[in-house]
Structures are given as structure tokens and as C-alpha cells.
Design a protein around this ligand. Structure first.
Ligand code: ATP
Ligand code: MG
Length: 137
């Protein structure tokens, strides 16, 4: 069954949105097969966002994602990679439709509440980066 990596970012955790966001993912019918609250190390942040290394927003992005605990999870379900991206809404919350997580809970691109893998290769890479095999239940 298809799997993806999802993460409630430090702003979402700080603002007490963890329960609401997980509720939406469960309501949709996705199964949570791994879940943990954790702090992201500087090294893990740089690795996770490696594709953006040359972008001007890379340093602030790494600083933000390491600024407080996140809730990391692996979701399972049919078409879950694309479906999660749909449920998240556009990267910039200003463009995200009402009804999406970013559309309903965020206002600025630098603090947009949730991460979801962009495609199959990213999902595989990110799941392996954040979870060990014994953490799956
Ligand atoms: P994420 O990878 O966090 O799920 P995404 O896949 O929707 O988000 P990416 O293009 O991978 O978007 O960008 C990663 C993160 O970098 C975004 O979530 C956003 O916080 C930040 N970001 C992207 N583009 C910009 C930008 N132009 N200015 C500032 N921050 C940006
Ligand atoms: Mg991305």
C-alpha cells in the first residue's frame, strides 16, 4: 500500500493544531503507521530540505523547522501521496483554498503548518530519513 511522509511543522505544534490536523487525516481514511513528536536536528533539516540548498529562503527555512518540536508521521492509503498534497493546499497559504489545511490554518509561506512528500521518490527518501523500521506499528 502507498505511503507518504507528513509532518506538522513547529508553528502548527506551537499553535496547538496537532489534534485538528491529525483528525482531518484520520477522517479522510488514512492510516497512521508511524508517529512521533521530535526535534529536528540542524543536520536532518539540511538533509530533508536539501533540494532547496541554493535558494535564498534555505537558511530561514532550516532555522524555522528546527525552532521547536514537530510531529512526524507516516500515512498509508490509496493515492496518499497526491491526496495529502491536495489536503495541504498550495505552498503559499495565500493561494491555498479554504478547506485545505494551509488555506484554513496558515497565512504566510514561511510558516505553513504542514509538510507532505511531493512524490514517490521523496516519500521513500523522507520516510527513511525520519523513521527506523522498528518504529512502524
Ligand atoms: P514542504 O516541502 O515544506 O511540504 P512544499 O513542498 O509545498 O512545502 P517547497 O517548494 O518544497 O514547498 O518549499 C519548502 C518550504 O520552503 C515551503 O513549505 C515554504 O515554507 C518555504 N518556501 C518555499 N518557497 C518559498 C519562497 N519563495 N519564499 C519563502 N519561503 C519559501
Ligand atoms: Mg516540498
Amino acid at each position: 500500500m502507498e505511503r507518504t511522509f507528513a509532518m506538522i511543522k513547529p508553528d502548527g505544534v506551537r499553535r496547538g493544531l496537532t489534534g485538528k490536523i491529525i483528525q482531518r487525516l484520520e477522517d479522510k481514511g488514512f492510516k497512521i503507521v508511524a508517529l512521533k513528536k521530535m526535534r529536528i536536528s540542524f543536520d536532518l533539516a539540511e538533509e530533508h530540505y536539501g533540494e532547496h540548498k541554493e535558494k535564498p529562503f534555505f537558511k530561514p527555512l532550516v532555522e524555522f523547522i528546527t525552532s521547536g518540536p514537530v510531529v512526524a508521521m507516516v500515512l498509508e492509503g490509496p493515492g496518499v501521496i497526491a491526496e495529502l498534497r491536495k489536503m495541504m493546499g498550495a505552498t503559499n497559504p495565500a493561494d491555498a483554498l479554504p478547506g485545505t489545511i494551509r488555506g484554513d490554518f496558515a497565512t504566510t509561506i514561511d510558516e505553513n503548518v504542514i509538510h507532505g512528500s511531493a512524490n514517490e521518490a521523496d516519500a521513500e527518501r523522507e520516510i527513511a530519513l525520519f523513521f527506523r523500521p522498528e518504529e512502524f506499528v
